[in-house]
Design a protein around this ligand. Structure first.
Ligand code: UD1
Length: 317
């Protein structure tokens, strides 16, 4: 593999998984850019001495441009996630997800980086009648977050077409796994479920719990990123990063109760604004062009994740 990697948002849940995967593959020079707004240095505890951690903000071009210059691959994971957060407070998510992404792309172009692999989002599809969701569908964003992530993806396409900067966008489908922060009101639902079941508390399900997601284990997403960094003839394209399955929230909570051997009825609240009903990835294009095949079933991913949260809650990890 080429030699100089940059991971923006590298102290975050997904970014730190990419960092660990790069190290496992023998990468020697990894620059992590993170302002620690939602990322945590503890996510990099085991690898701290093998990387170059730079506390810098993608919203500050002068700060990040020298760090990106000459990179072989930039994995752009820094973002302000969450659909509801973007609805309640659209300004910071606009600044970070659109202007920050612009800065990263500008720095990649001016610094002659080899390729940018961009963390796009399945939310771009919105509510489509047809499942699974395939890349040829017209995007129908339903929230500021979905639109912002889509704008970033369009910018990647433009950077490739107009300036010849290699870019690949990966539309993540509800990523879960170890290190996802369960403590914010905007946390991913499975991290919240994990904490609830381990603390023997009822979670709140927004709506009837029959909405479904193609929950994707973080190690599969990290593996997909490494493939996207290397694949030939994919510049300017975007690919689904999902499993191809579909799990309802009721099923996910049932599995966690089963794994823990408990029975806890969830609370049901009103549906959440901006929510998509069903989400499921068509994985054909990623398999064909990126040779990607997910390795973790939902149950296996959930088992591993649960064990990680158990150890974390006990202060053991
Ligand atoms: C969306 C994107 C996802 C992206 C994520 C970033 C879609 C289909 N997915 O996730 O690709 O990575 O934004 O933030 O647009 N819920 C509860 N109880 C809770 C928390 C959530 O019932 O305590 C429900 C939500 O209402 C929603 C589902 O769980 O129906 C998933 O919510 P969440 O984990 O926030 O992710 P999405 O908004 O689906």
């Amino acid at each position: 593999m080429a030699e100089h990697y940059v991971v923006t948002g590298g102290a975050g849940f997904i970014g730190s998984a990419i960092v660990r995967s790069l190290l496992r593959e023998g990468a020697r020079r990894i620059v992590v850019i993170d302002n620690l707004l939602t990322g945590r240095e503890s996510n990099l505890d085991q690898v701290r001495t093998s990387i170059d951690f730079q506390r810098a903000d993608i919203c500050n071009y002068q700060e990040i441009a020298p760090l990106i210059r000459g990179a072989s691959v930039v994995f752009h994971e820094a973002a302000l996630a969450s659909v509801p957060r973007s609805i309640h407070d659209p300004i910071p998510s606009h600044d970070i997800n659109i202007n920050g992404t612009f800065n990263v792309l500008r720095a990649a172009r001016e610094g002659q980086a080899g390729r940018v692999v961009y963390a796009a989002s399945s939310s771009a599809y919105g509510d489509t009648e047809v499942l699974p969701k395939v890349e040829s569908m017209t995007p129908r964003p339903r929230s500021p977050y979905a639109l912002q992530k889509l704008v970033g993806e369009y910018y990647c396409g433009i950077w490739s077409g107009v300036y010849g900067v290699e870019t690949v966008s990966l539309r993540y489908f509800n990523v879960y796994g170890p290190r996802q922060d369960p403590t914010s009101p905007y946390s991913g639902v499975l991290s919240v479920f994990m904490k609830s079941v381990l603390e023997r508390r009822a979670p709140t399900i927004f709506g009837d719990g029959e909405q479904s997601r193609d929950f994707t284990y973080v190690e599969d997403v990290a593996a997909l990123n490494l493939k996207a960094a290397r694949a030939p003839n994919v510049s300017g394209r975007f690919y689904n990063g999902g499993n191809g399955g579909r799990i309802t929230l009721n099923q996910a909570w049932a599995l966690l109760q089963e794994l823990e051997g408990v029975e806890i009825a969830p609370n049901y609240g009103p549906p959440r604004a901006g929510d998509v009903r069903d989400s499921q990835a068509d994985t054909t294009a990623a398999a064909r062009d990126l040779q990607h095949s997910p390795q973790y079933s939902f149950e296996e991913g959930m088992r591993r994740t649960l064990e990680w949260y158990r150890a974390d809650l006990q202060g053991g990890s």
